[in-house]
Design a protein around this ligand. Structure first.
Ligand SMILES: N[C@@H](CCC(=O)N[C@@H](CS)C(=O)NCC(=O)O)C(=O)O
Length: 225
């Protein structure tokens, strides 16, 4: 059976778990990384020599890098749907996945760390405001793109929506003011209708490091999937 290694509150693991659930795949989640450890074992070295999460093992095949994993799962298990058959549509989906990694993810994850993952008394307001503005400026480009179509690669949900859907959930749920980005919001609301997104992306992540850690620790006893 497919194994996904990682922790369900980790920004790079969430797209993989969401993707596997969109595809209705049977998998086991091997809780690893952060307080779950396991990354320094000999077994994990063979799965991901970087000793980072996420990684997968699918039979005798191992793969790491979250976006590569999303592409593999979609091409292997959803050819023609999440992995568009038309090469230009597929290239556009891919383009937005790359854009997510290079331009959208960095300011949003830094904003997340500067707020939720920093105790309130240690927060740097000017840094938070600067990251907030940078994230909004970057995402405004996606907002204009989405004024023309319902999903990032056209009129259908594809792998291209997966990394950005995860980034956007973080962006819309940290406690900062945001400019009105109506097309981004409408697309986000479309994602919010998807059961796999509701279950695996729309997790309450707490408001400070103590709450965040307690939520993540609870995964082990809840038997999350
Ligand atoms: N580019 C990699 C980044 C992987 C990465 O930074 N993973 C972090 C978690 S989000 C990690 O393994 N940190 C060590 C840990 O969680 O223990 C990917 O997208 O998979």
């Amino acid at each position: 059976m497919l194994e996904i290694w990682g922790r369900p509150y980790s920004s790079n693991v969430i797209p993989v778990i969401w993707c596997a659930n969109e595809l209705n795949l049977d998998y086991t989640l091997q809780l690893a990384g952060g307080s779950f450890g396991k990354l320094d074992t000999d077994d994990y070295q063979t799965i991901n020599p970087n000793r980072m999460i996420p990684a997968i093992r699918d039979g005798d095949f191992s793969l790491w890098e979250s976006h590569a994993i999303v592409r593999y799962l979609c091409s292997q298990y959803s050819a023609g749907e999440l992995w568009p058959k038309d090469s230009k549509t597929r290239a556009l989906a891919d383009q937005w996945m790359e854009w997510s990694a290079s331009l959208a993810f960095p300011p949003v994850i830094q904003l997340f760390f500067a707020t939720v993952r920093t105790q309130p008394e240690a927060r740097d307001l000017s840094k938070i405001n600067s990251l907030r503005d940078q994230a909004a400026k970057t995402l405004s480009l996606l907002d204009s793109h989405l004024s023309q179509q319902d999903y990032v690669a056209g009129e259908h949900f594809t792998m291209g929506d997966i990394p950005l859907g995860c980034v956007t959930y973080r962006y819309f749920n940290v406690d900062v003011e945001r400019p009105n980005l109506p097309h981004l919001e409408a697309w986000y609301q479309r994602l919010c209708q998807r059961p796999a997104y509701q279950q695996h992306v729309m997790r309450f992540f707490g408001t400070n490091p103590t709450e965040w850690q307690a939520l993540e620790n609870a995964c082990a006893s809840e038997g999350v999937l």
